[in-house]
Design a protein. Structure first.
Lengths: 423, 423
C-alpha cells in the first residue's frame, strides 16, 4: 500500500478541512484576544507562551515530533518515507503586533498544522519528511530586529547576539525565553531544511482589488530607508513677503510630490512613502524653518532602487537650489531585493492551477521570515487576500474560503516538493 | 518768546539724542534680560513691574504727568499751550515675548520718552499737549488676547472682560495687576486722544532688503486663520501600490503649493502660510492617513482676502476629488484690514522727507496696538528696519542710527500734528 500513498490518484482530490482550520484560527485568537477582535500577543509574552503550549500539544496530537531551538523557535516534524531527505518546511509566526489581527503569521502556522492533520486523515505518507515551523519574534514590536529568529537561522546573527537584545523594559530575549519556559536545547540553524514555503495574508490590497484568490510570490522587495531634514528660515507669517521666504514646508511639499513621481516612473513595481514629517517649533503664524522627515523606497530590482535613490537626491538638490533651502537626506538602511526560488514559485503556481484558483504573480511588499530563509534555503510564499489590504490592525480580516484556498495550495505545493524525485 | 518756540526756525533742525535713546534701550533691557541678549518680560510680571517703575520715574523726571488706567496702561502727559486740544499721542508697549528682543514695542515707548526729553532740552512747547502711552499686554504671551488694553481703549472689550482673563497658571489680569501694584484709578478709554503715532521695528525684511530707513505705514493687513484636516487612508508603505494610495501627506503637499500660488497671484501684497502640519500616528513605513494643519492668509484688502479664501477652498476640493481625500478647512478667525489715517500717513512721509531719510510706503504685516487705536482715533505707524527681519527672538536687532532716525521722524510728525492749526 505504501507506494499508492503518493500516487496522484490518491492525493489530487485531497483538500484540507477549511472548517477545522478556521476553528483553530478562532480558538488560538483567544490567547491575547482584544475586545476589538484583534490580538495583543507580543513575542515571548505570557500570551505567546499560551499559544506555544497550545501549538505543541496540537502538533503532538497530530503525531508530529516537536523540538525547540535556543531562540524558542518550534519545529514540528512529520516523518517521511525517506528520512535521509531534508524536510520540506512550511510555517510562519504566532506572535502579533500590540494591536494586531488574527491572521498575520498565524494563518501560515495553523494552515501548516491543518495540512499535517489532513494528511493524517487521508493516511498519506510523503517521501521527504515535512516540517512545520513557528519562528520566534517575527513582528519586532517587543525586540528589535524583527524576524530575528529566522535571521539567526540563516546566519545573519549569532544566537548570543539575539539572546542579548533587550525590550523597552530592559528584559533580554534570554530572560524572556526563560520566563515562559521556551528556551529549547537545539542549536539555532542546526536543522537542515530542503525547502521553505510560507503562506501569509497579502497585507496589501492587490489580490482583493483584482479578485484573485492566490498570490504566487516571486520575491521580496528591496528597501531603502532615509532620514532627512530640510532647513530654510523661520520668519513671521505676516511680515515676510512671499519672494523673500525660505519656507521649509514648501520644499518638503515639492519633495514629497517628486518622490511620488519617481516611484510612478518605475510603475507598477516601485513604491515610495514619506511617512514622517515633523515641523520644528510649529506655529500658525510662523513660516516653517526646519522639518525632519523620513522616506521609504521599495522595488523588487536593485537597479531600480539605485535609480530612485539618485533621482531622489537630484530632486532635493534642484528644489533646494531653487528655493534656497538646505536638504540633508541620509540613507540609514538598505535591504537588497530577495528573489524566491523559481522552481518553488513554479510549484506554487502549478498547485494553484491544479486547484482551479484564480491567481497572479506578486511581490511581497512587507518583510517576512521567508525573506530571511531565502538566504539559505530554496524558499517561496503563498499569499491570500485580506480585507481592504489592512494588516497590523485589530480589524485585519480574511475569509474562511480564502484561508482554506491558501492552505490547499500549501498542501499541494508541499506534496509536490516532498514527493518529487531526488534531485 | 512763547510764539517763537513753534516756529520752523526753532524746530526744523531739532534732532533727538540718539545716544541717550540707545542708553535707555540698553538700560531697560536689564529688566528681564536673558543671557542670550534678549528679554523675557511677560506682561504684568515682576520684571514688567520693574520697567514700569523705571518708566514712571523717567517720565516724571522729564516733567510729564503720569496716570494709570484700570488695566495698567500708563499715560505720560506733556502739557501744551492749548490744553483744550486733544493730546497728540505716541507710544507702544514695554512687555515682551518669553524669548523676545530688545526693540519690539520698547523702541516706540522709549523713542517717545526721548522725544519729550529733546523737546525739554530745546525748551519747546507745543500747541496741543503730547501724550506718551505704554499699553498693557501687547504680546499676548501670558494673557489672551494680544493687544488687549488698546482693544479695550477702543471699545472692543469691557474692562471687566479683560480683568477676568486668566493666564495658564489661573491668575487673572486683575490679580496680576494688583500683584505688581499696577492697577490705576483711571477709567479705560476715558482719555481722549487727538492722534496716535506708533514707532516700531518692521518685524519683516522689506526695509533692510531695499536699503530704506523709514517705513511709512499705510495700514494693517487683514488676516484670515483656518484649521484644517485632510483625511485619506493609512496603509502599508510596502504593500500598497502607488495608484491605490490615499496619501494625506501628498494632498497636503499639493495644498501647500496651491496656497503659495494663490498668494503670489495677489503679489506683492498678499501672503499665505501653512505654519502647522501634524501627521496622525506617523511611522516611516505607513502611508499617512490623516493630517491636521493651519493656514494664515493676509492682505491689506478685504476683497483680496475674500478671493484667496474662495481659491483656497476650490483648490482643496479639486485636490481632494482627484486624490480621493477629504479636506475640511474651517475659518476660525478673520480680522478685516485696518487702513491708517491718510493725513497722518502724509505727515510721517513729510517728516521723513524733510529729514532726508530714504523711505517707502509699507503695510504692517503684524498686529500692533495702533491697529486697535485706528478704530477710534486717527492713527498711523512709523517702521524702522530690523536685522534679517527677525523679531520675537532674542537675536532681534536694530541699529542705533535707525532707531534715532525713527525717533526723529516721530518727533517731527508729533510737532507737525501738535502745532497744526485747529481743524
Amino acid at each position: 500500500m505504501a507506494t499508492d500513498q503518493t500516487s496522484p490518484g490518491k492525493t489530487h482530490n485531497l483538500r484540507i478541512d477549511g472548517s477545522r482550520l478556521w476553528a483553530s484560527l478562532m480558538e488560538t485568537a483567544a490567547f491575547g484576544g482584544t475586545p476589538a477582535g484583534g490580538i495583543n500577543r507580543l513575542t515571548l509574552s505570557p500570551e505567546d507562551g499560551q499559544v506555544r503550549d497550545w501549538f505543541r500539544a496540537a502538533c503532538e496530537a497530530a503525531g508530529l515530533e516537536v523540538g525547540v531551538d535556543a531562540l524558542g523557535t518550534q519545529y514540528a516534524l512529520r516523518r517521511g518515507r525517506d528520512m535521509s531527505r531534508k524536510p520540506i518546511a512550511c510555517g510562519s509566526h504566532l506572535d502579533t503586533q500590540p494591536t494586531g489581527g488574527k491572521f498575520d503569521g498565524i494563518l501560515g502556522v495553523l494552515a501548516g498544522l491543518e495540512v499535517m492533520r489532513s494528511l493524517d486523515d487521508a493516511g498519506i505518507e510523503t517521501e521527504a519528511p515535512l516540517l512545520l515551523v513557528n519562528w520566534t519574534n517575527e513582528e519586532g514590536s517587543r525586540f528589535a530586529p524583527a524576524m530575528m529568529a529566522s535571521a539567526a537561522y540563516a546566519g545573519e546573527f549569532t544566537t548570543e547576539e539575539i539572546l542579548a537584545k533587550r525590550d523597552a523594559a530592559g528584559i533580554s530575549v534570554a530572560e524572556a525565553l526563560d520566563a515562559i519556559g521556551c528556551r529549547g536545547p537545539e542549536p539555532v540553524g542546526g536543522r537542515e531544511i530542503g525547502a521553505f514555503v510560507e503562506l501569509h495574508i497579502e497585507q496589501g490590497p492587490i489580490l482583493e482589488a483584482e479578485g484573485k484568490t492566490i498570490g504566487v510570490v516571486e520575491g521580496g522587495q528591496g528597501i531603502a530607508w532615509f532620514d532627512g531634514t530640510v532647513t530654510g528660515f523661520e520668519s513671521h507669517a505676516g511680515t515676510t513677503p512671499m519672494p523673500r521666504r525660505r519656507d521649509a514646508l514648501l520644499g518638503l511639499a515639492e519633495l514629497a510630490l517628486a518622490v511620488e513621481r519617481i516611484a510612478c516612473a518605475h510603475a507598477p513595481s516601485a513604491v515610495a512613502t514619506m511617512g514622517e514629517a515633523v515641523i520644528g517649533a510649529p506655529s500658525r503664524n510662523v513660516v516653517p524653518g526646519q522639518i525632519r522627515f523620513t522616506l521609504d523606497l521599495r522595488d523588487p530590482r536593485s537597479e531600480t532602487l539605485d535609480a530612485m535613490e539618485t533621482a531622489l537626491q537630484e530632486a532635493a538638490a534642484e528644489i533646494g537650489t531653487r528655493r534656497n533651502l538646505a536638504f540633508q537626506i541620509e540613507r540609514i538602511w538598505r535591504k537588497e531585493p530577495v528573489p524566491f526560488d523559481t522552481k518553488l514559485v513554479a510549484a506554487v503556481d502549478a498547485a494553484a492551477e491544479a486547484l482551479g484558483h484564480s491567481r497572479r504573480r506578486i511581490i511581497s511588499g512587507a518583510g517576512h521570515d521567508a525573506c530571511n530563509l531565502a538566504g539559505r534555503v530554496p524558499t517561496t510564499m503563498i499569499f491570500v487576500p485580506c480585507k481592504d489590504g489592512v494588516s497590523h490592525n485589530e480589524s485585519e480580516s480574511a475569509t474562511p474560503a480564502d484561508c482554506a484556498a491558501g492552505a490547499d495550495v500549501l498542501l499541494h505545493t508541499l506534496l509536490a516538493l516532498a514527493n518529487a524525485p531526488r534531485a
